[in-house]
Structures are given as C-alpha cells and as structure tokens.
Design a binder for this molecule. Sequence first.
Ligand code: NAD
Ligand code: DAU
Length: 339
Amino acid sequence: MKLFVTGGAGFIGSNFIFYLLEKHPEDAVLCVDALTYAGNLETLAPVMQNPRFRFVKADIADRAAMYALFESEKPDVVVNFAAESHVDRSIENPSIFLQTNVMGTQVLLDACRKYGIQRYHQVSTDEVYGDLPLDRLDLFFTEQTPLHASSPYSASKASADLLCNAYFRTYGLPVTISRCSNNYGPYQFPEKLIPLMIANALADKPLPVYGEGLNVRDWLYVEDHCTAIDLILRKGKPGQVYNIGGHNERRNIDIVKTILAILGKPESLITHVADRKGHDQRYAIDPAFIHRELGWLPQTGFEDGIRKTVQWYLDNKPWWENIVNGEYQTYYERMYGNR
Ligand code: NAD
Ligand code: DAU
C-alpha cells in the first residue's frame, strides 16, 4: 500500500510514520508537510534513508501542488494529520486554522475524488464535542455526541469533520474519521502542557498552570493512537467515526505534580496564571465502539507512559532545546509574559 501521510513532521504524524514503516514492511510512505513552526525535519532523520519513505515539503491547502502530487504518486490511502493544532494559538489568530484545517482538508478531499482513493482518513479530535461538566463523571463522549466546539481550533476541526461526512454521503468517497483524546509521548512540541512543563521544570523556570489547574484531560500515549489509526485504515468501515481514548482522566494540576515528582523538582515551581479564554472543563472519551468493532485497546498505562516520556525528553535535549531557544522564545514571551 502507498500511503500519503500529511503533517508527518509533527508530533503524532512522525510517531505514526515510525510505527507504520516498522509494522508493515510492504507499505511505502510519502510524507507531505509544509514545515510550519510545528514541523521538524530532524524528527524524521531516522527514516530519511529508508527506501520506502519519501518527504515532500508542501502545503495541503495548495491545490495545484496537491493535484500534481496525487497525479504523479497515485496514493492508495491518505491519512491527514496536517493541522494547526494548538488551542492557545487559535485564540490569538483563528485565520490560519480555517485555512489549513478546513480549506486544506477540502483540497485533499477534492484530490481524492479527482484521482481516486481506497481510503481517506481524517485525524480529528475529541475537542469537536465541546466539553463535559466537572461534576458529572458519569458522562462521556460517544460517537453520537453532538458536535459543540468551543475554540477556533476545535471549530475548524469540527468543520473539517462535517466536510468529510459530506464527501462520503454526497460523492461516496471512502472516508473514515477518528476523534482521539489528548496525546503525550516523544516529539511533542514544547508548547503543549506535558513537554512545556518538563522543559520548564528542567530549567527551574515557573510552571504556568491555567486557573486552578482543575480542568480534566483524558491522556493517551501516542503509540496507542497510532495503533488505533492503523486498525481503522485496514479494518474500519467507510463513513464511520471512531472515538479513541483509554479512560485516563487527570486534572492538569495532578499531571504537573507528577512531572515534578518524577524529576525530583519542588512544587514551589507551580505558578497559577490567568485562565485560557473559553477553557474546556473536561474531556472524556468512551472508547467502547472501537474496542467492540475493531478489538482496539491501549497498551501503555499512564504511570509507564509518563515516565517513558519524561525520560525521552531527558535523553533528547538537543531536539527540544533547539526549539525552546529559537523563535519559540518570542511566542513564549507573548503568551506568558503578562499572564
Ligand atoms: P503538530 O502541531 O505537532 O503537527 C502538525 C504538523 O502539520 C506539523 O508538522 C506542521 O508542519 C504540519 N502542517 C501544518 N499546516 C500544514 C499545511 N498547511 N500543510 C501541510 N502540513 C502542515 O500536531 P499534532 O499534535 O501531531 O496533531 C496532529 C493531528 O492530530 C492534528 O490534526 C490534530 O488536530 C490531531 N489531534 C491531536 C491530538 C493531540 O493531543 N496532539 C489529539 C487528537 C487529535
Ligand atoms: O483533546 C485533544 C486535543 O488535545 C488536541 O486536539 C489538540 O491538538 C491538543 O493541543 C490538545 O489540546 P489541549 O488544549 O487539551 O492541550 P494543551 O496541552 O494545550 O493543554 C492541556 C491542558 O493544560 C488544558 O486544560 C490547558 C492546560 N495548560 C496548557 C498549557 C500549554 C496549562 O494549564 N498551562 C499551559 O501552559
């Protein structure tokens, strides 16, 4: 099978490419990535010489570039990870989120229609469902939960999902969608909660917890997300949405304290800062459907996964120090300077 993996120079896309090349020796991967601030070619260094892998720098919203690639490469399957992915950035500047996440998805869907495809898979998020209240622990997101996005980021992802459904129903395009909870693991950009807290703790810098830190996220080790997408590609049903999550809900403050404990750093580094605008309270996925239909279950428990993740950031300092010491400093100052 020849797979187009978009956004493969980012966090989850790169982990997916590593997983796929290892697990399926018969498959070839073409990674299409625009290399925005979040894309990093160094991440893909381990596979750059692999004859079954090729990298192309291109924007998924560039119709001419996408059509040319589809025409020359004729992919069997497209997995679309490419996106603007950070909620805080979407609150600052929504436009690029609509451009990449909505228009980019539409271009890919059109290319699939024009050149033919066995499967188009949209990597979506649990954030399209909005949030759940903190005092109703009996409630979970199922595939039937109505879309109710809160941030410009989640609104753009929900729009893309609706387009995917429309292309399935209207044109019969073989589309699947997965909606996963918060991922963590190697190669996550240090703007996100877990790597940001690890990097700051290692530098003995304040750990900026939004509000009281009582918001809840449902954490999944990135490799478990990759195994779920791989199963959906091979055994999933066109037109179907699959929720992915491992019932691992944690309050932000507890995540931060766990990281400090692993690193042997004091809790006095925790600094409560102004809350995120429109901050979603709780995410919690019900993964019963993907378990029942495809037999998927997560393999990495949180205690194991968070230790492996912290160790990865300790062992790969040059990877994230290059980012933290570069252009990212301007972002950090803007986002956290007067908070
Ligand atoms: P990321 O920000 O780490 O990586 C995004 C990648 O997309 C980068 O390599 C970037 O260069 C590339 N990209 C951005 N705009 C592009 C464009 N116009 N054309 C081509 N490439 C472009 O994101 P991530 O955390 O790896 O998330 C990947 C996907 O998974 C996203 O669609 C996101 O919505 C979804 N998702 C993420 C999580 C999570 O916890 N991180 C959970 C569920 C779903
Ligand atoms: O649920 C899936 C989503 O998870 C993905 O779709 C998004 O792409 C991904 O970025 C992530 O979104 P979140 O907003 O949940 O992740 P983030 O790491 O930005 O924040 C996690 C929680 O931690 C959230 O409640 C906000 C809080 N937070 C975050 C940062 C960056 C802080 O308290 N301090 C911080 O500095």
